[in-house]
Design a protein. Structure first.
Length: 160
């Protein structure tokens, strides 16, 4: 009986270690900039990526519109894929603005202190990008994408 207990505990132990090894190798890694004060920032690259995301949203809106009247399975599948792509890129814009720019680049200024009005303007410009990205998720309106591009252009002025 002791032999079976020892064999069973050995098997359970090996299985546990195997599961840990597999889990640690298959865990997705976050592809975000660190949130420690490393001082390595590439604002221009992030602005360029926001513009790329907006361009992808624009293409998705065009493709969804073109596929909108079709009822065949292939067209429905493609429209669904474009909708998902549009959602992902809009979410990425919101994530970059909130997790990179707002948390790491925008420093708070106390009310009444020098620079407070500029701080409020900067916050409003960041909010405009996130709001415009969110609105592109809610519609299939090219005009909303134009608003997003304009908001990104305004935001970019803070990071030249």
């Amino acid at each position: 009986m002791k032999r079976y207990g020892l064999a069973l505990s050995s098997i359970v132990g090996v299985m546990g270690l195997t599961m840990i090894a597999v889990w640690s190798m298959s865990t997705p890694q976050a592809a975000a900039h660190c949130q420690v004060p490393c001082g390595i920032y590439d604002d221009a690259a992030r602005i360029a990526r926001l513009r790329e995301d907006a361009a992808t949203i624009h293409k998705a809106v065009d493709q969804i519109t073109k596929l909108g009247g079709a009822h065949d399975v292939t067209s429905i599948n493609q429209a669904t894929r474009w909708i998902m792509t549009k959602e992902q890129h809009a979410s990425h814009i919101i994530e970059v603005v909130s997790q990179y720019f707002l948390t790491q680049k925008v420093k708070p200024v106390a009310p009444g202190a020098d620079g407070y009005e500029a701080y409020l303007k900067k916050l409003a410009d960041h909010h405009a990008v996130m709001s415009a990205a969110m609105k592109t998720k809610q519609t299939v309106d090219g005009g909303k994408v134009d608003v997003l591009f304009a908001a990104i252009d305004t935001l970019a002025k803070h990071y030249k």
